[in-house]
Structures are given as structure tokens and as C-alpha cells.
Design a protein around this ligand. Structure first.
Ligand SMILES: [Zn+2]
Length: 188
């Protein structure tokens, strides 16, 4: 979770108070000096499950948290880009892989850290660079090589397990919910 700001971003005052503005459903941080409301909302993380010849791209994290564990390339969306652009940019930055989006795949929120995840299914276009500084190593794993014991997060396991199951069944789904529980919609 992001730390609470100490100063008003409008006027610089340190007179910040927590209360529920009139007509609002939530308590907010308010500036006593100028009345500005400092909203704190979830942040969006986008990423890709990149496939190539039946293999799946994972990156081994070079940074905390979960350094040394395998994850999907993903990161915070920037203000000036679409979710798809952000997912492809993060994939390229972290893995050096150029990809093409195929479909949305998993939309879930991690409530404890106030993050919303938008994961897309994508296919490899080309590998055109080394993995980025946030990645120790990148690799396309065949289903029987996947590093189940060394995945960074349970949500990564859920995404991979689902994808393997769907590959057998021959259809694709769209999941949404939380990291723990949600609904799966079959897209055909
Ligand atoms: Zn202010």
C-alpha cells in the first residue's frame, strides 16, 4: 500500500485530516488549508501471459518482493497509455520480448495491496533484447517444465494451471474476481 502523503499536493500545507467529505461514501484525506481531497485509489498492474509454440514466458525476479521467484512480466500502468500498451511495454522491459495481445485473460484485484491486475494472453512476435534490470532470467517453459515450486505468487499458479487446462480442453476463458476467488467465463 502506498504511504499516506504528508503534504497537500495542491497547496503544500501539512494540515491534512482524515474525514468523510459531504456526500462521499468513504473517509478521505483532506487538506484543511485549501479543501483539496487527496484520493487514494487502487493502482493498475498490467502484464502478459506470452505463449510460443506451446511454451509460456516467465521472468525470474531480480527485485524484492519475491526476488529469485518466477512471475509473469507485469507492472504499473502509466497515465498516458492503454492497458494493452502498458502490458506489452512491461513485457518488453522485463523480458526483452516483443509480443502481440490475443485476448484479456485474467482481471482480479489484490485487495490487501490495493492493486488491480489486468493480464492478457499474448503471442511472441520476437525476442529482440536482453531481459531488463528487474529480471534475472527469462525463459519459455514447456508445460512439464514449469517451476511450480518457485512461482512468485499464488495468482501466477492459478493463471498457469488454468491455461494448461484450457489448452487440453481447446477453449479460452476470461477470469475475474479476486486473487483468491472469482468467476471464469468461457469465450470459446
Ligand atoms: Zn491544500
Amino acid at each position: 500500500m502506498s504511504p499516506s502523503p504528508r503534504f497537500c499536493c495542491q497547496c503544500g500545507s501539512a494540515e491534512l485530516v482524515r474525514r468523510r467529505p459531504l456526500g462521499d461514501s468513504h473517509e478521505r484525506l483532506l487538506c484543511n488549508a485549501c479543501g483539496h481531497v487527496l484520493y487514494d485509489n487502487p493502482r493498475v498492474i498490467t502484464g502478459c501471459l506470452v505463449e510460443h509454440e506451446g511454451r509460456y514466458l516467465l521472468c525470474r525476479r531480480a527485485i524484492e518482493p519475491r526476488r529469485g521467484y518466477w512471475t509473469l512480466p507485469a507492472g504499473f500502468m502509466e497515465n498516458d497509455e492503454s492497458a494493452e500498451q502498458a502490458a506489452l511495454r512491461e513485457t518488453w522491459e522485463e523480458s526483452g520480448v516483443r509480443a502481440r495481445i490475443l485476448a484479456p485473460y485474467s482481471i482480479f484485484n489484490a485487495a490487501g495491496v490495493n492493486q488491480v491486475y489486468l493480464i492478457f494472453r499474448a503471442e511472441l512476435v520476437e525476442i529482440d533484447a536482453e531481459a531488463g534490470v528487474e529480471t534475472l532470467e527469462r525463459r519459455f517453459f514447456a508445460p512439464d517444465e514449469l517451476p511450480w515450486a518457485d512461482l512468485a505468487y499464488p495468482s501466477i499458479r492459478q493463471i498457469l494451471e488454468r491455461r494448461l487446462q484450457e489448452q487440453v480442453q481447446g477453449h479460452h476463458g476470461l477470469y475475474f474476481g479476486t486473487a483468491e476467488a472469482g468467476q471464469l467465463h468461457t469465450l470459446g
